[in-house]
Design a protein around this ligand. Structure first.
Ligand code: ZN
Length: 103
């Protein structure tokens, strides 16, 4: 495996999280009892440019298809949702009895 940025051979494991289904891969209710597809989630770090990356084990087209739940940062719905979430979090923090003090 070679670095996607500088083509340097990758030999150092950065973090091995074992296996995991693709993120945002939602399971349809009719497929709830079927086996999910898991992929190795082992990341490597490039010693030359320090890019951390995973090996491409599956083509993007098979993961990012019509069933992929995209939570894009430019979606008007998501922008409104996260703005509202921040307002709620700030309100909760201001009512908290815990105060952070600088060291
Ligand atoms: Zn590199």
């Amino acid at each position: 495996m070679k670095c996607r940025h500088c083509n340097n051979p990758l030999t150092h494991v950065f973090c091995d999280l074992q296996t995991c289904p693709p993120s945002n891969a939602m399971v349809k209710p009719e497929l709830i009892n079927c086996q999910e597809t898991y992929f190795p989630l082992k990341t490597f770090v490039c010693e030359k440019c320090w890019l951390v990356q995973v090996d491409e084990l599956e083509k993007a087209e098979s993961i990012f298809n019509i069933t992929f739940a995209n939570a894009g940062a430019s979606s008007p719905f998501n922008v409104t949702f996260f703005k509202d979430a921040c307002i709620i979090c700030n309100a909760c923090i201001s009512k908290s009895i815990f105060k952070f003090t600088p060291m």
